[in-house]
Ligand binder design. Structure first.
Ligand code: 0X9
Ligand code: ZN
Length: 431
C-alpha cells in the first residue's frame, strides 16, 4: 500500500514537471533564420546564446554554411519570442513554421501500424525488419553477401557489417558506408539499404568489379527504435546509454577519438544534442565502427557516413574551419563529381565544403576515418533538403535512385585511383 502511494506521488510529480499526456515538443515551433550577410553568419555561429536561452528549450537542427542558407531552430513556447527578437535585432529574416502539425500525428500512426511489417526498399523500416531482410539476403545471395557480427548495441541489439564482394580474397579497395548514427535521420538507413539492394540486384553492374563494399546500415539501432516508438521521441538524436541520473545518450558523432572534444561539443550529459560522452569511444556503437575502420584501414579507400539533412557533402577537417588537409582539392573535386552525377539524374546538387567551414565540431567519424585510420577519402553526406528530419516516405522511390548515381560515381573514381588496373599501370611505369 505504502509502495503504491509512493508510486502515485512519483507519477504526479512527473506529471507536474512535464505535463501528463503532453509531448516534449508540443507547441514547439520551427524557426527558419536566413542570413544574408557575413555578419549574420557570425551572429548565428554564436548560437545557442548562453544565459539568454536555457538548455533544452532550443535545438539547432541545422546550421547555415553561407549566406542565404538557413539556420533552423526548434524553439519552445518560452524561448520563441527571445529568438525572434534575436533575429529581428540583428536584421535577419525569420520565417515561422509550425513543426508538430497533424501530418506528424498521421505519420506516427502509419509507423505504429507498420511496426511489424516486412522490409520495404522504399520505406522506413524497423531495425528488426532490416535485420531479417539481411539475414535472408545472406542466403539468397550467398555468392555476394557476407554478414560479419560486430557485437551489440548498448541495449543489446545485435549489429552486423554487410560485406558485399564478388571475390573477397582479391584484396580489392573497399568502400565503407555507415548510416544512422543519429537516430532521427531516418532517410540515412534507407539510403544504406537501397545501396545494398542495388549492389545485389543490378546484374552486370560495374560497382562490384574490383571493389568491395562494407555497409553498416544502422549504427545506432537503440536510438533509431526509440525515435520510432512514439511521436514525442521522433527527434531523438543520440545513443541510449545512461549518462547521468535521468539523462541518456551520447552524440555518436562527437564520440570518436580524434581531436575529441576540442570544438562544437557539449560536456553536459543531459544535453539533448551534442554531448561528446564521458571519454572517446565510450559508446559500443562507435567502437564497432572504429574497429571496422582499423581492421581494414589499408584497403578502405572511401568512407561515407550518411546523415540528414540539408544536402551537404562535407569532408575533413570537421574539428576546425581554420585549416584544410593537404589533399583537400582531391576531396573537394570527388565530392563535386558525385554532386554532378546526382544532379544529372534529376536530384538536388550537394553543397560541397569542409565540415569545419560549415561549423566546427570535433569527434566526428569522418575526421577519425581520415585523420586516425588514414582513409584517403572521407565524407559526411547530409541527405535531402526541405523537410527537415521528417522526410516523406513517399518520396524515397524518387530520390534514392537519384542519389545512388552519386555512389556509382564514387565507385568509378575509387576504382580509377586505387583499382587493380591503376595498380598494374603503376607497376608497368615503375618497372
Ligand atoms: O553535426 C553533425 O554531426 C553532422 N550534421 S547533423 O545535422 N547530421 O548532425 C555533421 C558532421 C560533420 N563532420 C564533422 N563535424 N566532423
Ligand atoms: Zn547526423
Amino acid at each position: 500500500m505504502a509502495k503504491c502511494l509512493v508510486f502515485v506521488i512519483g507519477l504526479l510529480g512527473l506529471c507536474w514537471q512535464v505535463g501528463c499526456g503532453q509531448h516534449k515538443y508540443d507547441n514547439y515551433t520551427l524557426l527558419r533564420i536566413i542570413p544574408n550577410h557575413d555578419q549574420h553568419l557570425q551572429k548565428l555561429s554564436e548560437l545557442p546564446l548562453d544565459g539568454e536561452i536555457s538548455h533544452g528549450e532550443v535545438e539547432i537542427l541545422k546550421r547555415s554554411y553561407g549566406v542565404n542558407d538557413s539556420t533552423d531552430v526548434l524553439v519552445s513556447p518560452n524561448s520563441k519570442k527571445l529568438f525572434e527578437q534575436f533575429a529581428v535585432k540583428n536584421g535577419m529574416p525569420v520565417v515561422t513554421k509550425h513543426y508538430y502539425g497533424r501530418s506528424f500525428e498521421a505519420l506516427e500512426r502509419v509507423s505504429r501500424r507498420r511496426l511489424r511489417e516486412a522490409f520495404r526498399v522504399y520505406g522506413y523500416n524497423s531495425f528488426d525488419a532490416i535485420k531479417s531482410y539481411l539475414d535472408d539476403l545472406k542466403f539468397r545471395k550467398a555468392d555476394l553477401v557476407r554478414l560479419q557480427p560486430l557485437g551489440y548495441s548498448y541495449q543489446r541489439r545485435p549489429m552486423s557489417l554487410v560485406k558485399i564482394s564478388k571475390d573477397p580474397s582479391a584484396g580489392n579497395p573497399i568502400i565503407f558506408i555507415d548510416a544512422g548514427i543519429h537516430a532521427r535521420e531516418w532517410v540515412a538507413p534507407s539510403m544504406a539499404m537501397y545501396i545494398i539492394h542495388r549492389l545485389v540486384t543490378d546484374s552486370g553492374a560495374r560497382e562490384l568489379d574490383g571493389l568491395d563494399w562494407y555497409i553498416l546500415p544502422v549504427v545506432n539501432p537503440d536510438g533509431y527504435e526509440y525515435t520510432r516508438s512514439s511521436r514525442s521521441q521522433r527527434l531523438w538524436r543520440k545513443t541510449r546509454s545512461k549518462t547521468a541520473r535521468d539523462c541518456y545518450g551520447v552524440d555518436g558523432n562527437r564520440n570518436y577519438g580524434f581531436k575529441w572534444g576540442v570544438s562544437g561539443v557539449s560536456n553536459n550529459p543531459c544535453d539533448r544534442e551534442t554531448y561528446a560522452g564521458p571519454k572517446p569511444f565510450s559508446e559500443p556503437e562507435t567502437q564497432m565502427v572504429r574497429n571496422v575502420m582499423m581492421a581494414d584501414r589499408d584497403r578502405i579507400k572511401l568512407y561515407v557516413s550518411l546523415h540528414a539533412y540539408g544536402q551537404y557533402l562535407v569532408y575533413p577537417w570537421g574539428y576546425t574551419g581554420g585549416s584544410l588537409p593537404t589533399s583537400w582539392r582531391k576531396l573537394d573535386s570527388l565530392a563535386r563529381k558525385v554532386s554532378n552525377a546526382v544532379q544529372n539524374a534529376g536530384g538536388q546538387p550537394f553543397k560541397v565544403l569542409s565540415a569545419g567551414q560549415w561549423y566546427p565540431a570535433a569527434g566526428g567519424s569522418d575526421d577519425f576515418a581520415f585523420g586516425a585510420a588514414g582513409i584517403p577519402y572521407s565524407y559526411t553526406m547530409e541527405l535531402t533538403d526541405g523537410y527537415e528530419f521528417v522526410y516523406p516516405e513517399n518520396n524515397l522511390a524518387t530520390i534514392l535512385p537519384q542519389l545512388y548515381e552519386g555512389f556509382r560515381t564514387f565507385a568509378e573514381e575509387i576504382k580509377k585511383e586505387f583499382g587493380f588496373a591503376s595498380r598494374s599501370s603503376l607497376r608497368s611505369i615503375t618497372k
